[in-house]
Design a protein around this ligand. Structure first.
Ligand code: SAM
Ligand code: SF4
Length: 326
């Protein structure tokens, strides 16, 4: 079976799986407060269905899977899912994006099941501001980070969505925090995904400005990073701190896009910034063969858009970010 390649010559090797669209936080740029329109459980893929789909993708060349959400750790059966996916021979890299609010409880078992690379959202180190942005508890997140470090997870990447007049004054503090704890730091530009994302774009900060500001304080050297994905990295000279810039708005990276996204309902989204998708759940439930699934996946990949149009068409994607997992 040939590997997955889209019409623009990009090999698709990476799948982001949103294991739930629910979350115990309400980051104001992601999930609207009081949001009720979650997917009904009757439409969720079972663990068997997820495992089968990921196995089929892995036989087509996908070797990297990131579990995301919503908040993946609100799923009680996540450890079992991790074990099953970690046992698939072609999956070389299984990682997790989390808000870390429940990581203290799960860090050891996740590490034992093969998840050592984690990304943790952390937009502020100030308790009150953190609560304002997320409606969540900073202390739980810090305890989760501590547990992840103790469990030997590495690298631990901190994702900070930089927002003008909200948390942009904390960039220096976040650099110091990551230096102190040996975390990697990634800054992210706000994207107009969903009503909340669209509304948050008036807080947009061009990360090229942040980089210039950092250059005034530190000597930055270009750096490579395993699994760098869309981030472009620098290293702070004479330290181990790497800082990544994820710039979907100011410098899009679509030409190197190697990923697709699968929702918990079994919808394959071909681009974060577009509607194009393929419904795989009905096929699974009609008893499709593995070959039939592969054909449907090939057909979908042949429709992967060349690039998002967040700048030209900011209102295009009105689904919430937690459905596709960022
Ligand atoms: N709950 C987990 C977490 O927060 O890491 C995983 C899911 S979350 C949707 C994945 C990433 O998307 C997070 O780093 C979050 O900050 C980012 N995100 C959500 N909405 C965004 C937006 N409108 N613009 C930019 N990043 C966004
Ligand atoms: Fe939840 Fe992550 Fe969205 Fe925040 S960014 S509301 S933690 S899914």
């Amino acid at each position: 079976m040939p590997m997955l390649r889209d019409p623009f010559g990009r090999n698709i090797e990476y799948l982001r799986l949103s294991v739930t669209d629910r979350c115990d936080f309400r980051c104001f740029y992601c999930l609207p407060k009081g949001f009720k329109d979650f997917t009904p459980p009757s439409t969720w893929l079972t663990l068997d269905e997820i495992e089968r789909l990921i196995r089929v993708f892995s036989e087509m060349g996908v070797s990297k899977v990131r579990l995301t959400g919503g908040e993946p750790l609100v799923r009680k059966d996540l450890p079992e899912l991790v074990q099953r996916l970690g046992a698939l021979p072609q999956i070389e890299d299984l990682s997790l994006s989390t808000n870390a609010s429940q990581l203290e409880k799960y860090a050891d078992s996740l590490k034992q099941s093969g998840v050592s690379r984690i990304n943790v959202s952390l937009d502020s180190l100030d308790r009150e501001l953190f609560r304002h942005i997320t409606q969540g508890d900073l202390d739980k997140v810090l305890a989760g980070l501590k547990a992840a470090k103790r469990a030997g997870m590495n690298p631990i990447k901190i994702n900070m969505v930089v927002m003008k007049g909200v948390n942009d004054h904390e960039i220096g503090d976040m650099v110091d925090f990551c230096l102190k704890h040996d975390f990697t730091l990634r800054f992210i530009e706000t994207m107009p995904v969903g009503e909340t994302g669209k509304n948050a774009t008036d807080r947009y900060v061009d990360l090229r400005e942040v980089r210039k500001e950092l250059e005034r304080r530190f000597m930055l050297e270009p750096a490579a990073m395993r699994g760098a994905g869309p981030a472009s990295y620098v290293r702070v000279a004479d330290t181990d701190l790497r800082i990544g810039f994820i710039t979907p708005m100011s410098q899009h990276f679509c030409e190197t896009c190697n990923r697709v996204r699968l929702s918990i309902e079994g919808t394959l989204y071909l681009c974060l910034g577009k509607h194009d998708n393929a419904e795989l759940r009905p096929l699974l439930r009609q008893g499709v063969s593995d070959e039939g699934l592969k054909e449907a996946i090939f057909e979908a990949i042949s429709r992967k858009p060349e690039r998002h149009e967040f700048n030209e068409n900011p209102g295009e994607v009105m689904r919430v970010m937690s459905l596709t997992g960022g």
